[in-house]
Design a protein around this ligand. Structure first.
Ligand code: SF4
Length: 407
């Protein structure tokens, strides 16, 4: 392999083919991949900034009919631990988020058959009514598709109804690996095929929304399929330019039906670096400290990442699969500055909002991420009776009178 020739091409802004990316991913030395990715990051972001967003990762329901075999988060319909958050509970989470300088919710959840599109519209409207400037980065492509199937409305109409209700942008979750062979093995083909996931993103971009793109690697896919995933994202980005960032994370195996072992830190750094080199039309690469921990998260900044992602405040999905790393704003800024960068707060569009919030406001330290609900809280939100349930368990639950409050 002629690394010198690759070096010259990458430094002059030349594009890698999928075959070349695969060759480098498999055979180039790790230090070389890091050096190349860091060079590309510097050319794209010469100001020496590392950005992050203060937002809260809220999962509105864990009830899901998709049953992906890599997921430790979901509960089946009727399960005693299944929950749906109430509008008031979500409003309280927003107030707590704002107190920490937060500006948006990353709102995602299971494919709950008992939540019709009207529930989402009413939730979004109630958020915007109470918090007009607060942003909703909500509903990954498979959730949009689930709503389209349940409501029998085409995807563009679902998206335009959600925008009218207050949707601001779409997170790139549910992509896993955008190759149908892999999706069938992970039991996530039915929730969205690779084409369907990409098509939802095309529609979102055409409707004027910006979105992120993700990749969950380390299950059953081959190296070729990881590169194919990136190639499909690169092609859509060439068409629409609608992706703001790419985020790769490793599969978290604990408590999942699939099981297995997690990819190592070096595999993460090589994957991040090759994504920076191959996805030449993506401006931003996020470090996934929530799956890799703070130390590898910090090292990511030398392997192509220019963004530390979200302060999160709350996390339920990765924690269910055994990882529970926490970095509050103070810790994210400490890691970015220790690596030689200037840390700046941003919004979902990567507009710079200012320096660290905690330096201007007294905020408490967060040493552990919150969860959706306190353990043992099985309360059912009062407003759910306003929405028709489809499942037998949902119908039963909604026909019962609400429990009277305990004095
Ligand atoms: S990954 Fe999402 S869609 Fe799949 S089972 Fe878990 S909650 Fe459901």
């Amino acid at each position: 392999m002629d690394l010198k020739a690759f070096e010259q091409r990458i430094e002059s802004g030349g594009r890698l083919t999928a075959d070349e990316a695969l060759q480098l991913y498999r055979h180039a030395p790790t230090y070389w991949l890091g050096r190349m990715a860091d060079g590309v990051r510097r050319r794209r972001h010469p100001e020496g900034l590392v950005t992050y967003i203060i937002d809260r990762n809220v999962n509105y329901t864990n009830v899901c009919v998709a049953r992906c075999n890599f997921c430790a988060f979901y509960r089946e319909v009727g399960h005693g631990d299944g929950y749906v958050l109430g509008f008031d509970e979500i409003a309280r989470k927003i107030e707590e988020t704002q107190a920490l300088g937060g500006i948006q919710l990353l709102l995602q959840g299971g494919h709950n058959p008992d939540l019709p599109i009207a529930w989402y519209e009413d939730l979004f409207r109630s958020v915007k009514q109470r918090f007009p400037d607060f942003k909703l980065h909500a509903l990954s492509p498979p959730e949009v598709l689930h709503l389209s199937r349940m409501s029998k409305l085409p995807v563009p109409e679902v998206i335009s109804r959600l925008i009218a209700a207050g949707l601001d942008s779409i997170p790139g979750g549910g992509a896993e690996i955008l190759v149908d062979r892999v999706r069938k093995l992970l039991n996530c083909f039915n929730k969205a095929s690779a084409d369907e996931w990409l098509e939802v993103m095309r529609h979102a971009h055409r409707a004027g929304l910006r979105t992120t793109a993700t990749m969950m690697y380390g299950t059953v896919e081959t190296d070729e399929e990881r590169i194919e995933h990136m190639a499909r994202l690169r092609a859509v980005q060439d068409e629409t330019g609608g992706f703001t960032a790419f985020i790769a994370w490793s599969y978290q195996p604990e408590h999942t039906e699939r099981g297995g072992v997690e990819a190592t830190g070096i595999e993460y750094l090589r994957t991040l670096a090759i994504s920076r080199l191959f996805l030449d039309n993506f401006d931003n690469m996020q470090a996934s400290w929530v799956t890799q921990g703070g130390k590898v998260g910090q090292l990511s900044l030398a392997f192509g990442a220019n963004d530390m992602g979200s302060v999160m405040i709350e996390e339920n999905v990765v924690r269910a699969a055994g990882a529970s790393y926490c970095m509050d704003e103070v810790e994210i800024v400490r890691n970015a500055e220790d690596a030689g960068f200037v840390a700046k707060r941003r919004n979902m569009h990567y507009d710079i909002l200012g320096g660290p919030f905690f330096r201007e406001h007294a905020v408490p330290r967060t040493l552990e991420l919150s969860t959706a609900r306190e353990a043992g809280d099985n309360s059912v939100p009062a407003e759910l009776v306003n929405y028709p349930a489809r499942s037998a368990a949902g119908k039963r639950q909604r026909s019962q009178p609400p429990a009277s409050p305990v004095a």
